[in-house]
Design a protein. Structure first.
Length: 306
């Protein structure tokens, strides 16, 4: 039997100006991206004295990361005079300061996932200013794939909204790891809100798949963090989720709180279990998801029985 008894009061959050979730322009398109890709021919480069992998990438247009992948080079990516390097052909976009992966993908009408795969990008999906991103061949993208470039979901938000960073570190085939979160891997999770469960995880009538649960939370009632972590996104740019808050937790966990009325936290803020994130709208059930390694899991199996 499902009960709707109130949860224990959550600790109050530090005083902050509430952030309304109708933010206008999506956070990943703060800087518009102008398509300016160049075509690079597949060739072989002979390393000269004084060359570095970064400089070779700039000279050829393919980028150091792409050349490292093509030649199976590993850190610290040392090259020697006379060495032959295969230069992978294709179209390449040079990342500029303030750009995000999603904005780049939409500028070229290419699915972000295809760009992820083409460049071997991995967590935390941080782009480097000056990095050359290989783009999918438009001739090989069907109508459905092009349409998918403009359908944004939670996974796209998690992987494609990091703003490109300036770095002078040696070129790497994968981004450097982010600083650890101020928390430990969750051993338990807390309910995000009080209310009756009105939608369960899994396939629903009509073939729709619910990737979380839906809670009939009262208008203005608090929405709290299910575990300690760092706020990864606050906005309303994902169709079907309304006001959305994403929190990243250690152990590759993500919690999502959709159809919220407003947020009282900001992106990058560290939160503790039970800390208020915002308010429920009451007009639609709170949609709550838990994901591990970006895959949805049934929240009921992770939450305490009530």
């Amino acid at each position: 039997m499902l009960l709707s008894a109130p949860l224990p009061a959550a600790p109050t959050a530090p005083s902050r100006v509430p952030l309304q979730l109708s933010l206008g322009a999506p956070q990943w398109s703060i800087r518009p991206v102008k398509p300016a890709a160049i075509d690079v021919a597949k060739t072989v480069y002979v390393v000269r004295p004084g060359d570095t992998l970064r400089a070779i990438g700039e000279a050829t247009g393919a980028g150091s990361e792409a050349i490292a992948r093509e030649n199976k080079l590993v850190a610290p990516y040392v090259v020697t005079p006379g060495q032959l390097l295969g230069i992978p052909g294709g179209r390449y976009h040079r990342v500029r300061e303030g750009e995000t992966g999603l904005a780049i993908a939409q500028a070229y009408a290419a699915p972000w996932r295809a760009i992820l795969d083409a460049n071997g990008l991995t967590d935390p999906f941080v782009l480097r200013v000056g990095q050359r991103l290989a783009l999918p061949n438009p001739a090989k993208l069907g109508v459905e794939a092009r349409a998918a470039a403009f359908r944004i979901d939670i996974d796209d938000i998690l992987t494609g909204t990091q703003v490109a960073q300036v770095t002078k570190a040696p070129a790497r085939s994968t981004p450097a790891a982010p600083p650890p979160l101020a928390a430990v891997v969750p051993s338990r999770f807390a309910w995000p809100a009080s209310g009756r469960i009105v939608g369960r995880f899994g396939r629903e009538a009509g073939g729709r798949v619910n990737q979380g649960i839906d809670i009939a939370a009262a208008s203005g009632s608090p929405i709290v963090a299910t575990a300690a972590g760092t706020v990864a996104y606050v906005g309303s740019g994902v169709p079907g989720y309304g006001g959305l808050i994403l929190v990243r937790h250690p152990g590759d966990w993500i919690s999502a709180y959709g159809r919220t009325a407003r947020a009282t936290v900001a992106k990058g803020q560290v939160v503790r279990m039970g800390q208020a994130l915002g308010d429920a709208s009451g007009e639609a059930p709170l949609h709550f998801e838990l994901r591990r390694a970006r895959r949805p899991v049934d929240p009921i199996a992770q939450l305490p029985r009530r």
